[in-house]
Design a protein around this ligand. Structure first.
Ligand code: XIL
Length: 308
């Protein structure tokens, strides 16, 4: 496996991609995934709205297909995502009392983590995007009813359901100095001193070309907690129109960001994220990944390949 084999030679665990049955149904994409990637993360199929659309009624079909693909092809699976304010069904956001919400979180995690016990390398994320830019906790049904204790509840339930899976907290824009990373790191310290089981910190890594900067110092701060670190949703989008000059800049941005993970011993792996997400959610941007629309490797691929 080309990129994955190379990153393993550098002592890392995996070079990964998001995937789901819709991606896998394209044979050419599947060929690329098999050849270049050592882990897959469900882009949507394990999110709360997809996997527990109504209370106690679980829909595992797509997630099962992805895990089966991984097991058959010797890929690691990174679980994504257990507790997140987005893609959350309204039956959860409409809960109004703490006791019910606690039971619901515990049952959700016990059921989902329990189903894939032994097959998930890491749950990245047990909690996703819990901080705001100013370092305070994001408002959500979880935070409103339970305070930061919802995070303790989630990590404990995940550990109880699968002793072997690494448990991560994940967030975006942790790659630059900010109140957000300061708050996240001090919160992680509090989790560690109160014995909450946490193994890693994930930095999503959604970048814009020519704005990547020097990420090594923030990854190193995360690593200094003693936990594993990962780049969990790496993509570097280009403001349209995409020009050859911007594609060349993107090559060097990929080279730099891959190098940042290589610089930090505790950075265990890198996962790239979705074309579809950037095209849909970010009008005016495109071409964030390593292959073009015809599945030809871009200069960005060469940037990663050269860094490794
Ligand atoms: C995105 C998916 O790529 C899209 O297909 C979906 O429509 C929306 O979510 N942060 C996350 C990811 O943690 O789960 C998101 O993925 C992108 C932002």
């Amino acid at each position: 496996a080309l990129l994955d084999a190379k990153i393993k030679e550098k002592g890392k665990m995996y070079f990964g991609s998001c995937a789901d049955p819709n991606t896998l149904s394209d044979n050419n994409v599947q060929t690329i995934l098999k050849a270049n990637f050592g882990s897959v993360s469900p882009e949507n199929s394990m999110k709360w709205d997809a996997i527990e659309p109504s209370r106690g009624s679980f829909s595992f079909g797509n997630a099962d297909k992805l895990v089966d693909f991984a097991v058959r092809n010797g890929k690691l699976v990174r679980g994504h995502t257990l507790v997140w304010h987005a893609q959350l069904p309204s039956w959860v956001s409409n809960i109004t009392d703490a006791a019910t919400l606690t039971t619901v979180i515990q049952n959700h995690i016990a059921t989902v983590v329990g189903r894939y016990k032994g097959q998930i390398y890491a749950w990245v994320d047990v909690v996703n995007e819990v901080f705001k830019e100013d370092g305070s906790f994001r408002s959500s049904v979880f935070y409103e009813l339970l305070g930061e204790n919802f995070i303790h509840i989630a990590f404990r339930a995940a550990r109880d359901a699968d002793l072997g899976a690494k448990l991560y907290i994940n967030d975006y824009r942790l790659e630059i100095p900010s109140k957000k990373i300061d708050a996240l790191l001090s919160f992680v310290g509090r989790l560690q001193s109160s014995g909450v089981p946490i193994d890693g910190i994930g930095a999503q890594g959604h970048f814009i070309v020519n704005q990547v900067g020097d990420v090594t110092p923030q990854l190193q701060r995360m690593a200094d907690t003693g936990l594993d670190v990962a780049l969990t949703e790496l993509d570097i989008r280009i403001e349209t129109p995409v020009t050859s000059a911007l594609l060349t800049s993107q090559r060097s941005d990929y080279y730099t960001i891959i190098g940042a993970c290589l610089n930090v011993t505790k950075c265990v792996g890198i996962t790239t994220w979705g074309d579809s997400w950037v095209d849909r959610a970010m009008p005016g941007y495109g071409s964030p990944l390593l292959w073009d629309d015809n599945l030809v490797p871009k200069a960005a691929y060469d940037g990663v390949d050269t860094a490794l």
